[in-house]
Write a protein of this length. Structure first.
Length: 210
């Protein structure tokens, strides 16, 4: 049996990751891919509890602790659900993965991209995506799509503009460093156009078995 595919979707909040994941899940199913959409942190009980913890706006969490919480949630998701899925030949469509930690904690929080990369190499056991779809959007547009109501934002969403500008810059650098894996999509386009571009970026994976 061939190994399944791991497809990750990245970008700042408001870029449309959840909408794209739902559309891609439908399209990939229609083309015969046994795919399940998952999210990070989350998708298994331990990771969902860590999600609630790390996003709670009432808590003060240090940058290094934050990076470790995300890595711990990731490790549990891989061991409990993701690795078995891939071994069975199934596809996983994952909303966020290691690149999010590199951008948010490595760059945004100032922990350091390489330090966060090292943490996650241990957490993932070296698992890497077959393809990453990066939704590029400027932070102001992302914030406007969220409604601009800080009272409803989680702990990370409440950060100021320089935090998100650093994240966008980090994502762009990651894409430049790994163009074979990371495909950049213009998230300012209408959702149907973003979906079409995303599917086109995955067609080769449907044609060629792992």
């Amino acid at each position: 049996m061939s190994r399944g595919r791991l497809i990750t979707i990245e970008g700042i909040d408001g870029a449309g990751k959840t909408t794209l994941a739902a559309g891609l899940e439908r399209q990939l199913h229609a083309h015969g891919a046994p795919v399940t959409a998952l999210r990070e942190p989350g998708s298994v009980e331990v990771a969902e509890r860590l999600r609630d913890l790390v996003k709670d706006p009432a808590l003060a969490i240090g940058p290094r602790a934050e990076a470790l919480i995300y890595a711990a949630a990731r490790a549990q998701l891989i061991e409990e659900r993701l690795a078995p899925m891939l071994e069975r030949g199934e596809w996983a469509l994952l909303d966020r993965f290691v690149d999010s930690s590199l951008a948010y904690q490595g760059a945004g929080r100032g922990v350091g991209v390489e330090a966060v990369r090292t943490i996650n190499a241990f957490a993932t056991g070296g698992l890497e995506p077959d393809r990453t779809l990066l939704l590029h959007l400027d932070p102001a547009t992302g914030r406007s799509r969220q409604g601009g109501c800080p009272e409803g934002f989680d702990r990370l969403e409440r950060e100021e503009a320089p935090f998100f500008e650093a994240i966008v810059a980090a994502y762009q650098q990651l894409a430049r460093d790994d163009p074979g894996r990371i495909r950049v999509l213009d998230a300012s386009e209408p959702p149907e156009q973003v979906l079409a571009a995303a599917f086109a970026a995955l067609v080769d994976l449907l044609v060629h078995d792992p």
